[in-house]
Design a protein around this ligand. Structure first.
Ligand SMILES: Nc1nc2c(ncn2[C@@H]2O[C@H](COP(=O)(O)OP(=O)(O)OP(=O)(O)O)[C@@H](O)[C@H]2O)c(=O)[nH]1
Ligand SMILES: [Mg+2]
Length: 197
């Protein structure tokens, strides 16, 4: 996307049928964008939209991933993956139980900074079919040290809020890295030059 604004790559992953595709298509096609939602030319599982967060526009690129973590081709084509949305369905306990394994699979390669992760407890509209409580979602989020949103891709409850939160975290991370980089450069310029005697 060559829009000149910051572009953030968010991997959406979760067990089969939890609502990854509906969430991505609803969010990118919900009429709140300045850009036409579109698939990238070579992969129909990537959807883009523009999003205004704290008065700044950005492009959000959603990678609707298969269940198997961060596929190599995604990692190379979308590097960096700025954040991972781990999705389970509150109507499907097995999908909830799969989250910790998926979290492991989507962790940064060794030595890299941990990826930003957000937990999405989807299908919260289907109260009558609920198998995973709100409390259990919170406990898992505490364990994974991330935030959790109960979402509904069907009614769009909390979907916008979740992506806004992800964008804020990505920006905070980038600002921290910039500050750390600047501090590192100042320290380096103060440190004595190597002397060969
Ligand atoms: N009630 C309800 N149904 C949902 C919600 N999100 C998705 N669904 C339904 O769940 C089914 C699976 O949704 P998908 O978006 O295809 O799920 P997926 O995770 O992309 O599935 P795979 O691509 O097969 O892994 C569809 O029938 C959706 O309409 C939701 O928030 N609430
Ligand atoms: Mg799908």
């Amino acid at each position: 996307m060559s829009t000149g604004m910051d572009s953030y790559n968010i991997l959406i992953t979760g067990a089969a049928g939890v609502g990854k595709t509906l969430l991505a298509t609803q969010f990118t096609g919900d009429g709140m964008t300045d850009l036409e939602p579109r698939s990238s030319a070579d992969d129909d599982h990537v959807l883009c939209r523009a999003l205004r967060v704290d008065n700044r526009m950005c492009a959000v690129q959603l990678i609707d991933a298969v269940e198997s973590g961060v596929p190599d081709d995604h990692e190379s084509r979308f590097r960096p993956i700025h954040a991972v949305a781990l999705i389970y369905s509150v109507t499907d306990r097995a999908s909830f139980e799969r989250i910790e394994a998926l979290h492991e699979l989507t962790r940064s390669p060794r030595g890299g900074r941990e990826r930003i992760v957000v937990l999405l407890a989807n299908k919260c509209d289907a109260a009558y079919r609920r198998e995973v409580s709100r409390e259990e979602g919170k406990m898992l989020a505490e364990k994974l040290e991330c935030v959790v949103f109960e979402t509904s891709a069907k009614t769009m409850q909390n979907v916008h809020a979740a992506f806004v939160a992800i964008v804020r975290q990505i920006r905070e991370r980038k600002e921290t890295e910039l500050r750390e980089g600047a501090r590192g450069m100042r320290t380096a310029s103060r440190s004595p030059r190597c002397l060969i005697l």
